[in-house]
Each structure stands twice: as C-alpha cells, then as structure tokens.
Design a binder for this molecule. Structure first.
Ligand code: CA
Length: 224
C-alpha cells in the first residue's frame, strides 16, 4: 500500500483529501504545517508527498528544499491560481508536479498515479513510442512514419530529457540548465525556438502539439 503524506493547513481540505485518498486505498499521514511534515517525512516510509505551498509556519518551497536535502520522494505541490512564481520556485527546488487550487479530485488522483509510476525504476526498454513518432534512446535515433528524423545534438538532448520523464513537468530552468548549462537558466527564448523545431520535425500538427506540450510560464511536459 502506498503511503502519502498530506501537508495542508486548511482543516476542511485536509480532511477531504484524507477521506478521498483512504477510500482509494492509500495510507494517509496528515500534517498541518511544515515542521510536522518534515518530522513525519523523517520518520520514513513515505511514498509521496502532497504539499500546500501556503503553510502557517514556513514557506512550502523551503519544505521542498529541506526534503530534497535527504529524500527523493515524489512531491506534488498545491498552489493558488495566482502563485505562478511560487510554483516555479517549488519546481526548481525539486518538486515533481503541481496542481492548482481549486482542483478536482480526479485530477489530483491522476497526478498521484503518474508520480508513483515514475518512481518505479525505468525498465530496459530504450524505445519510447508515441502515436506520431518513436525515440530509440540507446541508438540515439528518432523516427517518424518509418523515416529517420535528423536532429541536432541540442535538439536530441532536449528531446531525450523530455521522453525520459514521461508525463512529468520539467521547468524551464531545469531544461535550460541541463541542455545549455547553468548560465542559461533564464534564456527561455532558446527553449521556445528549440521546442518549435522539435515539434516541426516530430509532431503531425506542430501548432497543436500532442506530445511535446507547453505549460505556459512553467515548463514543458512529454505526453507519450
Ligand atoms: Ca494553505
């Protein structure tokens, strides 16, 4: 059984989440502030953390940062609709995904399932297939309609990061730092240009991408 730590200071929401997740067979540990969340996480045996960013005792982003000092458990943050900067900061601190309040339970459950699936170690299947194209990670080849697609080393690096993290939101800063280097963390125009090139080469309708998705202001997500 998967054990989920829920960190939320609104008692009604905490109770609703606890009841819903227990009804789906998850074991739930509730926490109402950042300090008790870190204590609970330190006690071990947590498979996933759902973390509200607005907590009474500490900033949720600092909770993510503290957790990441010793723990790589998946973290889904809950944030207010207008808290764009906080969401970006949480992702950059090591959160895996975010859900914007108010959210539907089905949406949260889907994100939980996706995050838990990703913690299963990658299989030795190096070929990632979508309805439109396939990517052979070991041979470093991409194909569309049975034809090899030629990619530059930078395009390949960006594509590889995305397809190795199916369904996961990768922040602009993460992608820029990993593909171009630490000094490029704010050069978001690079990403826009290269994502447009990848879509032109791989997506059937580049202006309405099905697989290489933009999350405006946040980052990019590969949908298999
Ligand atoms: Ca709150």
């Amino acid at each position: 059984m998967n054990r989920i730590l829920i960190v939320e200071d609104e008692p009604q929401l905490l109770r609703a989440l606890t009841i819903n997740l227990r009804a789906r067979g998850y074991e739930v540990k509730p926490a109402a502030d950042g300090t008790s969340a870190l204590v609970a996480a330190g006690a071990g045996d947590i498979d996933l953390v759902i973390l509200d960013l607005g907590l009474p005792d500490m900033d949720g982003v600092d909770v993510v940062r503290a957790l990441r000092g010793w723990n790589d458990v998946p973290v889904i943050v809950l944030s207010a609709r207008d808290a764009q900067a906080a969401k970006v900061a949480a992702l950059d601190a090591g959160a895996d995904d975010y859900v914007t309040k108010p959210f539907g339970m089905d949406e949260l459950l889907a994100r939980i399932r996706a995050a838990l699936r990703r913690t299963v170690p990658a299989t030795d299947a190096p070929i990632v297939r979508t309805a439109s194209f396939s990517v052979d990670l070991s041979a470093k080849r991409a194909e569309r309609n049975g034809q090899e697609v030629r990619l530059t080393p930078t395009e390949w690096h960006l594509l590889e990061l995305l397809v190795r993290n199916p369904g996961k939101l990768l922040s602009q800063q993460q992608l820029l730092q990993q593909v171009w280097g630490p000094s490029y963390a704010t050069e978001t125009n690079y990403l826009r240009v290269y994502m447009a090139q990848l879509r032109r080469k791989l997506e059937p309708h580049p202006s309405q991408p099905q697989h290489l998705l933009t999350e405006p202001g946040m980052g990019y997500r590969f949908a298999p």
